[in-house]
Design a protein around this ligand. Sequence first.
Ligand code: AMP
Ligand code: GLY
Length: 427
Amino acid sequence: MRILIVGNGGREHALLWKLRQDAPDADFFATMPNGGMAPLCEAVAIAPSDVEALAGWAAAHRIDLTVVGPEAPLAAGIVDRFDAKGLAVFGPSKAAARIESSKAYAKDLLRNANIPTAAHKTFTNQAGAIEWVRSEGAPIVVKASGLAAGKGAVVCMTEEEAVAAIEEMMGDLRFGEAGREVVIEEFMEGEELSVFAICDGVDFVLLQASQDHKRVGEGEAGPNTGGMGAYAPVSIADEALLAEAVSEVIAPTVAAMANDGAPFKGLLYAGLMNTMDGLKVVEYNCRFGDPETQVVLPLMESSLLDLMVAVAEGDSLAGRRVTNRRGSAVTTVLASGGYPGPYVKGKEIYVPEDLESEDVLVFHAGTERRDGKLVTSGGRVLAVTAVASTFASAASASRSGAAAIDFEGAFFRADIGWRERARLEGS
Ligand code: AMP
Ligand code: GLY
């Protein structure tokens, strides 16, 4: 089997790692693979966003399955393009990817299907948006409607912050076209959960629930990032809460999208808030989450490839089950000094040779091999995932793994999973 992975971040390294476990004899290809993926696959010198070139390349190279990691090619219609050429591809169509690429679309869908989420209003007019903030007061959340690399949501504790956020998005176009339309929503209080469902358009199976750490600093200080670490499973996501996630959120969403003529085939990522009034949707993504994938897949025992092939070939997932390893996984992201603001690239990275083992995995994100050396090439550079029988030992192994890796300016959060630790210590 010949498998192409589109994308080259930590998520795609984890996908490549898992699919290689599922199909050790398959041939793997990836678009511009990072320094960790490169030794595991053949490089394809086409940017993940170049949908047309990728479709041509996959057809010419007899690719049996293409797995799309990032949202941008999905939003640009890569799946529709591959479908038109009769190429098997795992991911949602352009219409279904709107669940992530247009927050306004996602919010309307949720409201029409009566799925719990923060009350909201959509604006294309700056003065109207500001007036709404003045009448609602703070705390309040301002979001660019389009794709903004995980940085387009601003949680505002004061009206002034909200007005400034609107001016930056709509006036200064800080997120480009993504900010021409903004969604302003009610502030929700609670603990967040990431729930991944592999969907065939009608049926779905859940992967292990996980929790991301979006803020750059320990104790959730500082600005939002793409994610500084994650762990799975999350003890609050017990059977009852997952049943609620399925019946109140995932099932009605999948049904509403099918009714809407945009059936969701691929990985549906529900970002949920566990509030006093039950689970509410914070956001949807149309692809695997990063860094959650780096903990969810190392725990997954059953085949991911089988599920992806079934979805890509139009087979039903009804009756399928996912099995997971017992124990916990924790991943700690190492980032470049300055991230999520400006940072310097090209720093040589030192990874101790004996760091990796069966239960300690180093997933690369912003790395590349240059003149035989491994150097940084992005804001989030690597993630160290540890799997262990208990949360505490996984967290400690992930943390010491991160501490053992070195490059100039490297930093990481030493408190990944702090909520879980507090719960376990308190019980
Ligand atoms: P998003 O880009 O929509 O995922 O938002 C990024 C982060 O902002 C989320 O993970 C939450 O931590 C926070 N956030 C977004 N919307 C809300 C909300 N309505 N209430 C509270 N926090 C939110
Ligand atoms: N972990 C957040 C995201 O992938 O969007």
